[in-house]
Design a protein around this ligand. Structure first.
Ligand SMILES: [Zn+2]
Length: 515
């Protein structure tokens, strides 16, 4: 049985709180999260439930009283066999697209985007056709911008696809003859509303060109909504298969399933495939934690600690997973996805505030002037450039003024050697890295100003206690180590700080999140 977590009982049930915190920590620390989602994540966006009797479907049925289609039939490829049901389908889709056009992304969509911004999202896979992820800035597999051949059929630039639209996209249309793939415009919507299919402009253009040179006209295909119906192959199936295989090979460390009842066969298989590879993280034997010495905790200890959060499969949905998910789903968060997303972000900000700051990186130029080159999320540890300069919470007033002052001043001569710094002195990086560290060093602000030192090397210096270490996760945690980075040799003269500044800049990049 998965561990069940009710968000309402977090304050009263210590076990639920522990489990919720463990998931939040996994979110904050994972680097390769796979999200799979269904209709539940768009529930709060104002899209009507078209299956309910007073929803969109009823309106359409009133227009086509003699056609009997319901629920699943409305999305089954067999509907094209009958002109009446085809017309009903077009009218229905036109109405549905109207209401989707008026919808706004939910907190859950924004949560997925945040994971991407923070460099944690390996990929999002959705059954939804509403394209609301794209409104948040997550490029979908149906999006024009990810096609290498521009508009139309070109192959996907798989790396740029952040959200795989397993069932296509209601905002596009496709020619049933030549497979041209176009944005669904107003002119298409009007035709669909009348139950008719617009002609394909590309087929028309080809045919007209032939007629112009007195050749026989070509057949012109008609356009249909570019969504994938049951029992239909996905037109991008090959590319999607490639993306999925690549993602499996990259061994995602966390799988979050949101807002779906997990009923569609192909989708179930996708979830199971990802769950299997995510669980493989759990099988990695954890190195027993040695008693850490405060100066140099063993490398193995860090590794073991890192792995303890990895390998979870989390299901966020109002209804329980069926029995076939036994042993596959580890946690069931019994909640709507918006509430969980918001609470999780809240918890993440609380436990790792450093992930949510902006750090101005200053670099020294050859002419001894300094400039701000990038806003850097002040994450710690190893990471990639993709995390740089993305969405973050603006710096507090005092941080901003510190940065401005540091940037504006021409620097006094730097300290002769970093090794001569007093152990408790304040560094630029320290003060910006983590509020928990800022607290500890605030009394040294004057010294910070005087020193004018831009790049302290001791970014992981133990100045405060991380909140995550205070979580009751039932595991001993070694104290944070002081990174034993080799100090540069002591050299007299002006060049030293400049070289250091450049190398420090690199250091910020390299050391982004060891989350
Ligand atoms: Zn065509």
């Amino acid at each position: 049985m998965p561990i069940t977590i009710s968000l309402d009982s977090l304050t009263t049930d210590p076990a639920a709180r522990r489990a919720f915190n463990a998931i939040s920590l996994a979110i904050a620390k994972s680097k390769k999260i796979v999200i799979v989602s269904g209709a539940g994540i768009s529930c709060s966006c104002g899209i009507p439930d078209f299956r309910s009797s007073d929803g969109l479907y009823k309106l359409v049925k009133d227009k086509y009283p003699d056609t009997f289609l319901k629920g699943r039939d409305l999305f089954d490829s067999s509907l094209f066999r009958d002109p009446q049901s085809t017309s009903l389908f077009y009218t229905f889709i036109s109405n549905l697209k109207r209401s989707i056009d008026a919808a706004k992304p939910s907190p859950t969509h924004r949560f997925i985007k945040t994971l991407d911004t923070k460099g944690k999202l390996l990929r999002s896979y959705t059954q939804n056709i509403d394209g609301l992820e794209e409104q948040c800035g997550l490029a979908g597999s149906s999006s024009e911008e990810v096609r290498s051949g521009g508009k139309g059929k070109g192959k996907l630039k798989t790396r740029e696809v952040r959200n795989v639209q397993l069932h296509g996209d209601i905002h596009r249309v496709r020619c049933m003859l030549c497979s041209a793939d176009l944005v669904c415009g107003e002119e298409h919507m009007e035709k669909f509303l009348e139950g008719e299919a617009p002609d394909c402009p590309e087929c028309c253009a080809r045919s007209e060109a032939r007629v112009a040179r007195s050749a026989r006209p070509l057949k012109v295909g008609s356009l249909r909504p570019a969504i994938v119906l049951y029992d239909e192959p996905h037109p991008l199936g090959e590319d999607i298969g490639t993306i999925q295989t690549a993602d499996i090979n990259r061994k995602p460390d966390l799988l979050v399933i949101m807002g779906t009842s997990l009923k569609v066969h192909g989708f179930k298989k996708l979830v199971k495939d990802f769950a299997r590879v995510v669980h493989s993280h759990r099988e990695t034997p954890l190195t027993p934690l040695p008693t850490p010495s405060p100066e140099k905790p063993g490398k193995k200890a860090t590794k073991a600690k890192k792995e303890s959060w990895a390998g979870k499969v989390v299901f966020v949905n109002k209804t329980a997973p069926g029995s076939e998910w036994e042993g596959i789903i580890d946690y069931w968060v019994e909640a709507d996805t918006d509430s969980w997303s918001e609470k999780t972000l809240e918890e993440w900000k609380k436990m790792r505030p450093a992930d949510w700051e902006i750090q101005k990186t200053l670099v020294g130029d050859a002419d001894n002037s300094f400039k701000v080159v990038k806003d850097v999320a002040a994450n710690k540890g190893k990471g990639k450039k993709q995390n740089l300069g993305r969405e973050n919470i603006p710096p507090t007033k005092s941080q901003a003024s510190k940065q401005t002052m540091a940037a504006a001043r021409s620097l006094p001569s730097p300290p002769s050697s970093p090794s001569k710094r007093r152990p408790d002195s304040c560094h630029y990086s320290d003060s910006e890295c983590s509020p928990s560290k800022v607290r500890v060093v605030t009394t040294n602000n004057a010294e910070f100003e005087e020193r004018g030192l831009l790049f302290g090397d001791n970014t992981n210096k133990d100045g405060g206690k991380d909140l995550e270490d205070e979580l009751d996760l039932g595991k001993p945690v070694p104290p944070k180590k002081t990174r034993g980075r080799p100090r540069t040799k002591k050299v007299e003269g002006e060049e030293v700080p400049l070289k250091r500044a450049t190398s420090r800049r690199k250091q910020v990049y390299v050391e982004l999140p060891a989350l």
